[in-house]
Design a protein around this ligand. Structure first.
Ligand code: FAD
Ligand code: MG
Ligand code: MG
Ligand code: MG
Ligand code: MG
Length: 549
C-alpha cells in the first residue's frame, strides 16, 4: 500500500499468485506457525503450500470452537463436538503441512529459531526438546488467564479458557450437588457447597452464569429436590454494570433478566483474595471489606500475556506491554519476518497527523498549495484504508458529507484549504483510534488476511518498488488489515439471547436465540462438528442435560 500512482495515494495488486505453480521444495521458504486457535487455523486454511514449507507448533492437536465452551461446562454440548483435529484441517491435496504437538518455550528472533518442548508425558522414546528454524514466523499463541496476582486465585478458582477447563467445571458442579446432599451436613454447609460464584461480568462470565442457571433449574433441581431452595449463583463485577462492552440496552436487559432469575449481581467490588472456602472482596466506593462462602468460583476477568511472549517482547524492545505491537500489516514492530495475530497481538495504528504533510502533497495534484473539495474527495477512500480512524471520526461527528470537514467556524463554506486548514480539519481524527477487541472474529479475519498476503508476497517481491513509494518498503503494496465487525452475541439463558449487530442494531429475546443457533451452527469448522453440535442441542431439548459425573 501507500504507493502513489496516477490514481491516488494507494496502489496495490489484488491478483493472486498463480495457483499450482509449485516451486521445488528446497527453494521454498519455511513458514512456522505457533498456535492452532482461531488465528492460527484460519491462516493455515488458506496458505498456499505449493509456495511455502509450512510447519505448525501447538501444545494441542486440535482446534476448539471457544464460543461454545460455556455450553460444555453444563453438558449442553459435549466437548468432542466442538473440537476438530488440526491434522484434519491442514490435510491438503498438493503437499503436506507438518504439525508438531509441542509448546514453544522460546523465540530467538536474531537466530530465526524457536525452541520447543513436547508435553506428551509417557515413556515413549525420543526427544522432549527440540528447535526449529524459520524464514517467516507467524505467532498466534493467544493469551492466558489473568489473575492480576490476586492471592489464592490460581489455587482455588476455575478458569474457562480451554476444553479441559470446561470439562473440569462440569465435573465440579456435579460434585457440589452430590456433596451438598450427603447426610450429616448443616444447612449452612449445604448452602456453601451450592453457592456458585463468578468473578467477572464480561461475556464469558455472563454466559456461564446463564448456562449454569438453566442447567440447575431445568435439570438439577428435579434430580436433587433437596437442593432446590439452597442453591445460589452470585456474580461479582468490578465495574458498575455487567457486559459493559456491549450497548447499554443489552447490559440492562441482562441485569434485569439476572435479577428475575435470582442471580445476584454485586457490582463495584474488587476481589482481593480467594481461599478454599471464601471469596474476599473490597467495596470500591466505601473501601469496606466483606467476604462470601463458595462451593466453586469461576475466575473470568480478562486476559494476560503468555510467558513466551513476555520474554520475546523483552528481546525486541517491547517491554511493559500486555500484547505484541504490530504494524497494520500484522508484522511485529522492531523485528523482521515475524508476524503476530489474534489475542497475543494488537495493531499499532499509525496516526494521520504524523503523515499529514505527505498526504497533503499527494492530494494536491495541481501543486497549487491548496486542496479543493474535489482533490480531497479523490483521495479520501485511500486515506480511509490507511487510517481507518478517519471513518470512525466522520461517523462519530455524524458527518455524512466529508466536505463538512472543511466548514470553517465562522460559517462561511471554504472551498479550499491550505496545509494549516487541512491539519486543523483532521486534528481530532486520531482521537478515534481504537484497538480491536480480543475476539475470535478478529483473530480469524487476521489469519485469513495474512495468508492472502503470504500467497501474494512472491509476486510483490518481483516488483518490490511498485510505482512510486509513499512510505516504507515493497511489502506496503498490500492493503493494511481492516476489520469488519459482524456483530456480537450475548446468550442470557432461558432461550434468550442479546445481540449487537452492525449499524447500531440491537436485538434481544427468543428470536435472537434462533439467530444465535443458526449462526453458531454455520460457523462450525467442519460438517462433522456441525452435525455433532446440532444433535447435542436436539438431545438436550428432548432428554435434558446429562448429570452424571
Ligand atoms: P487461541 O484461539 O486461544 O489459540 C491459541 C493457540 O495457541 C492454541 O491452539 C494454543 O494451544 C496455542 N498455544 C498456546 N501456547 C503456545 C505455545 N507456547 N506455543 C505454541 N502454541 C501455543 N470470541 C468471539 O468472537 N465470540 C465469542 O462468542 C467468544 N466466546 C468466547 C468464550 C470463551 C469461553 C472464551 C475463552 C473465549 C471466547 N472468545 C469469543 C474469544 C476467542 O476465543 C479468542 O479471541 C480467540 O480464541 C483468539 O484467537 P487466537 O488464535 O489468538 O488464540
Ligand atoms: Mg491461534
Ligand atoms: Mg481457539
Ligand atoms: Mg489482538
Ligand atoms: Mg490544489
Amino acid at each position: 500500500l501507500c504507493t502513489i500512482s496516477s490514481g491516488g495515494l494507494v496502489a496495490y495488486s489484488e491478483s493472486q499468485a498463480e495457483p499450482g505453480s509449485g516451486i521445488p521444495s528446497e527453494k521454498k521458504k519455511k513458514v512456522l506457525v505457533l498456535g492452532t486457535g482461531w488465528a492460527g487455523t484460519s491462516f493455515l486454511k488458506d496458505i498456499d503450500i505449493s509456495h511455502y514449507d509450512v510447519q505448525v507448533i501447538s501444545p494441542r492437536n486440535y482446534f476448539a470452537f471457544t464460543p461454545l465452551l460455556p455450553s460444555v461446562t453444563c453438558g449442553t454440548v459435549e466437548a468432542r463436538s466442538i473440537v476438530e483435529p488440526v491434522r484434519k484441517i491442514i490435510k491438503k491435496r498438493d503437499g503436506e503441512v507438518q504439525f508438531c504437538e509441542a509448546e514453544c518455550v522460546k523465540i530467538d528472533a536474531a537466530g530465526k529459531r524457536v525452541y520447543c518442548q513436547s508435553n506428551i508425558d509417557n515413556n515413549l522414546v525420543g526427544n522432549k526438546e527440540f528447535s526449529l528454524e524459520y524464514d517467516y514466523l507467524v505467532i498466534a499463541v493467544g493469551a492466558q488467564v489473568n489473575t492480576f496476582n490476586t492471592p489464592g486465585v490460581q489455587e482455588n478458582c476455575h478458569f474457562l479458557k480451554e476444553i479441559e477447563d470446561a470439562q473440569k467445571i462440569r465435573r465440579t458442579v456435579i460434585d457440589c450437588f452430590e456433596k451438598a446432599v450427603l447426610p450429616g451436613l448443616s444447612e449452612e454447609e449445604r448452602k456453601t457447597n451450592l453457592h456458585f460464584v463468578i468473578v467477572g461480568g464480561g461475556p464469558t462470565g455472563v454466559e456461564f452464569a446463564a448456562e449454569l442457571h438453566d442447567y440447575i433449574q431445568e435439570d438439577l433441581v428435579k434430580l436433587y429436590p433437596m437442593a432446590k431452595d439452597l442453591v445460589k449463583i452470585t456474580m461479582i463485577q468490578s465495574g458498575d454494570h455487567i457486559l459493559n462492552m456491549f450497548d447499554e440496552r443489552i447490559s440492562s436487559f441482562a441485569e434485569n433478566k439476572f435479577q428475575r432469575d435470582g442471580i445476584e449481581v454485586l457490582t463495584g467490588r474488587r476481589v482481593v483474595n480467594v481461599s478454599e472456602k471464601e471469596v474476599a472482596m473490597k467495596i470500591k466506593s466505601t473501601g469496606e471489606s466483606c467476604s462470601i462462602p463458595h462451593g466453586i468460583v469461576l475466575w473470568s476477568t480478562g486476559v494476560g500475556t503468555r510467558p513466551v511472549i513476555k520474554d520475546f517482547m523483552e528481546q525486541i524492545g517491547q517491554k511493559n506491554r500486555r500484547v505484541l505491537a504490530t504494524d497494520e500489516w500484522l508484522k511485529v514492530k522492531g523485528c523482521d519476518n515475524v508476524y503476530a495475530l489474534g489475542d497475543c497481538a494488537s495493531i499499532d495504528q499509525r496516526k494521520i497527523m504524523e503523515d499529514i504533510a505527505i498526504i497533503f502533497k499527494a492530494a494536491d495534484k495541481d501543486n497549487s498549495g491548496n486542496l479543493n473539495v474535489k482533490e480531497f474527495e479523490d483521495i479520501l477512500d485511500d486515506i480511509i484504508i490507511r487510517y481507518p480512524q478517519v471513518e470512525l471520526y466522520l461517523k462519530s461527528m455524524h458527518m455524512s458529507d466529508v466536505t463538512d470537514l472543511f466548514k470553517d467556524p465562522r460559517g462561511t463554506d471554504a472551498t479550499e484549504v491550505d496545509i494549516e486548514g487541512f491539519k486543523s480539519a483532521l486534528s481530532h481524527v486520531d482521537s478515534q483510534m481504537k484497538s480491536l477487541p480480543a475476539t475470535a472474529q478478529v483473530a480469524a479475519q487476521q489469519g485469513a488476511y495474512l495468508s492472502r498476503c503470504f500467497n501474494r508476497m512472491e509476486q510483490c517481491e518481483q516488483n518490490p518498488e511498485g510505482p512510486q513509494r509513499f512510505r516504507g518498503s515493497g511489502r506496503h503494496q498490500f492493503r493494511p488489515f481492516s476489520y469488519k465487525h459482524f456483530g456480537q452475541f450475548a446468550p442470557l439463558g432461558g432461550e434468550q439471547t442479546a445481540a449487537e449487530l452492525p449499524g447500531d442494531w440491537v436485538s434481544m429475546g427468543h428470536s435472537t436465540q434462533w439467530l444465535w443457533y443458526s449462526v453458531y451452527a454455520s460457523k462450525q469448522v467442519s460438517w462433522r462438528t456441525r452435525v455433532l453440535v446440532v444433535s447435542d442441542w436436539l438431545r438436550r431439548s428432548v432428554f435434558g442435560r446429562d448429570s452424571s459425573r
